[in-house]
Design a protein around this ligand. Structure first.
Ligand SMILES: CC(C)(COP(=O)(O)OP(=O)(O)OC[C@H]1O[C@@H](n2cnc3c(N)ncnc32)[C@H](O)[C@@H]1OP(=O)(O)O)[C@@H](O)C(=O)NCCC(=O)NCCS
Length: 151
């Protein structure tokens, strides 16, 4: 990703959530071939693994990617990395019952990574940035207190 694009994403996050309202930050780096290898195991294992990690919307996206022979391993690596970064951004109490499949990182209306799902509290917002080069994929998540909590 170009430097100017990553700077503009960061600025968007800071505009919507002031520094004082940032509650957590997480980062994760994934070696994509590790995920590719996991996904190339037996179909039973593959279904178990993806069901544990992917939200229903992500699972359906991955299934359609497999059908159209797109790089679903990269997609699963992206979901994994965002959720590991997300986990690190949470308080200890919420980490204790964290389940990857409760969190959705895709927006049907936009290619931009996002965080949604039943596990989100009403008063929080998440900002996500992902980059990928060759075999590595990196995700950063900022957890902020949303303006909704003061309205
Ligand atoms: C704790 C966890 C995020 C560490 O991830 P990892 O891939 O093993 O290691 P990383 O190199 O990405 O991160 C390690 C760093 O994370 C940080 N870290 C460790 N525990 C953390 C926590 N509870 N919260 C935030 N950050 C944490 C530390 O800085 C650590 O650095 P250190 O090893 O030098 O102390 C991960 O093991 C985990 O438990 N994830 C839970 C989410 C989940 O459900 N995973 C998949 C299950 S199928």
């Amino acid at each position: 990703m170009s430097l100017s694009r990553s700077v503009s994403i960061t600025q968007t996050a800071i505009r919507n959530t002031s520094i004082a309202n940032i509650r957590g930050l997480g980062i994760d780096l994934v070696h994509v071939p590790r995920i590719t290898a996991l996904l190339s195991r037996k179909p039973v294992y593959l279904a178990k693994f993806t069901r544990r990690i992917l939200h229903e919307a992500e699972f359906n996206r991955a299934a359609s990617m497999i059908e159209s022979r797109e790089r679903h391993d990269l997609f699963v690596a992206r979901c994994w990395s965002i959720k590991e970064a997300l986990y690190k951004s949470l308080d200890k109490s919420r980490q204790s019952y964290f389940q990857m499949r409760d969190w959705n990182t895709i927006d049907p209306d936009s290619p931009k990574p996002t965080v949604s799902g039943e596990a989100i509290n009403r008063d929080e917002d998440f900002f996500v940035s992902v980059t990928h080069d060759g075999e590595y994929l990196l995700a950063i998540v900022i957890r902020g207190q949303s303006d909704k909590s003061t309205q």
